[in-house]
Design a protein around this ligand. Structure first.
Ligand code: ADP
Ligand code: GLC
Length: 480
C-alpha cells in the first residue's frame, strides 16, 4: 500500500520524545513489509544545521493558506539504513526557529501548514496515497482538509486517513478565529459547531471526528482515554468513535536500540553474556563522575521533565531512598524547572550518589539504558512509553506505575516463581512507589533471581516486526 506519514518529529533528524522514534521505526517496519511509505516532516533549523545530505525534489511553491501565501520547497533524504523517503518541508518563515515546538503565536499556522504542504507534495509527486497517516494534534486537521480543500482532486479519491494519538494531553486547542489562518473558513460547517461557538478550534478533536480510523499506542491507553479520568475532555468523542478506535502497542527499532549491536555503547552484550553490561556501568559512572562500587545498584532515568512522568512522587521518595539505602542515581532530562531543581539539589546533597545531566543527549540515553541496573518510570499516565521497553531489552528492569502502555509491557516480578519482567505499582502515590523500589532492592540482593528477571525482559521480542502487521491490517480494512 502507499502510505503518506505526516509527523512533527522523525528521529534522528528531529526528536523531543517517543514520537520521533516511532515516526522513524514504524515507517521503516512498514517498508520492510513491502509498503511504499513516504514520511513528511518540517525542515527545522536543527535539521538544516546538522547538514544532512538532501536533494531538492520540489522547487519553491507558493501556497495560499487563509490570508497568507507561504513559499516552501521540498527536500528529500532517506531514513538511515533504509530507502524510505523523508520529505522535509522547507519554509524558513515557519520552521527556522530554535525549538521544534516554538510556543509562538503562530504555532497553529506552523502545523496546519505541515499538513497542507504534505498533501501538496503528494500532488507534485503524483503519489496517490491509500492511507494518510496523521500523528497527534499537529496533523489533526489533515483529514478534514483532505475532505474539503482537496475534495476536487481525484488523486485522493481512494485515500483513507488514520490518526494516531500519541498523547491526548496535548490537543492543539486555539481560539476559533484561527480558522481563517488555517485555510478552513469554507469548511467551517464540517467542524464541531458547539466548539466553534464556544470559541475554540481543537486540532486533535477535529482529527478524532474526521479520520477514518483512530489508533493509539497501547491497548490499555485506548481504553483509558475513553474514560473521563484520562480523556482530558475528549473521552465522550472517543467513545462515540469506539468502533474505529484501536490500541496498537508501539515496538522498538532494534537496529538502534539493542544491547547486541548498539553503536553508542563502549561494549555490547546479550542475555547469555552480560559482561559488557558491567563495562557500560563503569563507563556511565565514569562519565557522570560517580564512583564505581561493585554491587551498588544504579537507578537510571531518561525523560522529558513533565507532569505526565510522575516525578512529583520523587520529592518525598528519593531523599528517603538515599538516606536509607546505598544506591546511585543517574538522571538525564530537561523540562520543567521544579523537577530539574529537585535533581540538582539531590546531586548537591549526595554528590557521590546522584548525577544529573540537564540536556538532550542520544548517546547518554543509550548509556543509561545499558549501564543502569534499574530504570525509574513512575508516570501518572503513559500512552505507551518506549523507555521501559528499551530498559527491558537492555537488562535494566523498569520500576513503573501500572498505567497505559506500562501496564501492557511490564509484568510484576515474583521472586518465588521467577515470573515477571519488572516492578509495577498500582496506585499512583508515595507508598506505591516506595513499595516497588523496596521490593526491587530486595530482589537485587538475590543474584540468581535478578539474573532471571533480566533474562525475562531481554528474551522477549519488543521489535516492530511483531506489531507492524496490526497497522497493515487496519490499513487494508479501510481500503475502499
Ligand atoms: P515520551 O514520548 O512521552 O517522551 P517515551 O518513553 O515514549 O516518552 O519516549 C521518550 C524518548 O525520548 C526515548 O527515546 C528517550 O530516550 C528520549 N529522551 C527523553 N528525554 C531525553 C533526553 N534528555 N536525552 C535523550 N533522549 C531523551
Ligand atoms: C508520546 C507518549 C509516549 C509514547 C510516545 C510514542 O510522547 O507520551 O507514551 O511512547 O508518544 O508513541
Amino acid at each position: 500500500m502507499r502510505i503518506l506519514f505526516i509527523s512533527s518529529e522523525v528521529a534522528p533528524f528531529a526528536k523531543t520524545g517517543g514520537l520521533g522514534d516511532v515516526s522513524a521505526a514504524l515507517p521503516k517496519a512498514l517498508a520492510a513489509e513491502g509498503h511504499d511509505v513516504r514520511v513528511v516532516v518540517p525542515y527545522y533549523r536543527r535539521i538544516r544545521e546538522a547538514e544532512h545530505p538532501v536533494e531538492l525534489v520540489v522547487p519553491p511553491l507558493d501556497v495560499r493558506m487563509g490570508r497568507r501565501i507561504l513559499r516552501f520547497s521540498t527536500l528529500r533524504t532517506t531514513l538511515p539504513g533504509t530507502n524510505v523517503s523523508v520529505y522535509f518541508i522547507e519554509c524558513n518563515q515557519l520552521y527556522d526557529r530554535p525549538a521544534i515546538y516554538s510556543g509562538d503565536g503562530d504555532e497553529h499556522v506552523r502545523f496546519a501548514f505541515l499538513g497542507l504542504a504534505a498533501l501538496r507534495v503528494a500532488q507534485q509527486l503524483g503519489f496517490a496515497p491509500d492511507i494518510v497517516h496523521c500523528n497527534d494534534w499537529q496533523s489533526g486537521l489533515v483529514p478534514v482538509t483532505l475532505r474539503t480543500v482537496f475534495a476536487w482532486d481525484r488523486l485522493f479519491s481512494n485515500t483513507r486517513t488514520v490518526l494516531t494519538i500519541h498523547n491526548i494531553g496535548h490537543q492543539g486547542t486555539f481560539a476559533a478565529d484561527v480558522l481563517a489562518d488555517v485555510g478552513l473558513e469554507q469548511a467551517a460547517e464540517q467542524l464541531h459547531q458547539e466548539e466553534l461557538r464556544a470559541g475554540r478550534l481543537s486540532f486533535m478533536l477535529t482529527g478524532i471526528l474526521h479520520a477514518n480510523a483512530i489508533t493509539t499506542v497501547s491497548p490499555t491507553y485506548a481504553r483509558e482515554i475513553q474514560q473521563p479520568e484520562h480523556g482530558v475532555g475528549l473521552d465522550a468523542y472517543l467513545r462515540g468513535r469506539r468502533d474505529v478506535l484501536f490500541g496498537i502497542l508501539n515496538g522498538i527499532d532494534d537496529d538502534v536500540w539493542s544491547p547486541r549491536n548498539d553503536a553508542l555503547l563502549p561494549a555490547t552484550y546479550s542475555a547469555d553474556d552480560l559482561a559488557g553490561k558491567e563495562t557500560c556501568k563503569r563507563a556511565l559512572l565514569d562519565m557522570t563522575r560517580l564512583p564505581y562500587r561493585r554491587g551498588v545498584p544504579v537507578f537510571g532515568i531518561v525523560s522529558r521533565l513533565a507532569w505526565q512522568k510522575g516525578f512529583d512522587l520523587f520529592f518525598e521518595v528519593l531523599p528517603a531512598l538515599l538516606r536509607q539505602a546505598d544506591v546511585q542515581l543517574v538522571v538525564l532530562g530537561s523540562g520543567e524547572k521544579r523537577y530539574a531543581d529537585l535533581f540538582t539539589q539531590l546531586s548537591k546533597v549526595a554528590p557521590r550518589n546522584v548525577a544529573y545531566v540537564n540536556t538532550f543527549s542520544e548517546p547518554l540515553a543509550h548509556l543509561i539504558e545499558a549501564g543502569s541496573d534499574m530504570f525509574l518510570m513512575p508516570s501518572r499516565y503513559e500512552p505507551c512509553g518506549l523507555n521501559q521497553m528499551y530498559s527491558l531489552a537492555y537488562g535494566t528492569p523498569p520500576i513503573v506505575h501500572k498505567t497505559g502502555g506500562l501496564a501492557d509491557t511490564v509484568r510484576q516480578f515474583d521472586a518465588r516463581n521467577g515470573r515477571g519482567n519488572g516492578f509495577s505499582f498500582e496506585h499512583f502515590d508515595v507508598r506505591g512507589l516506595k513499595w516497588a523500589i523496596g521490593y526491587a532492592l530486595e530482589c537485587w540482593r538475590d543474584r540468581g533471581a535478578w539474573r532471571r528477571l533480566q533474562h525475562n525482559g531481554m528474551r522477549e521480542d519488543w521489535s516492530w516486526r511483531r506489531r507492524v502487521r496490526e497497522y497493515a491490517e487496519l490499513y487494508r480494512k479501510l481500503a475502499p
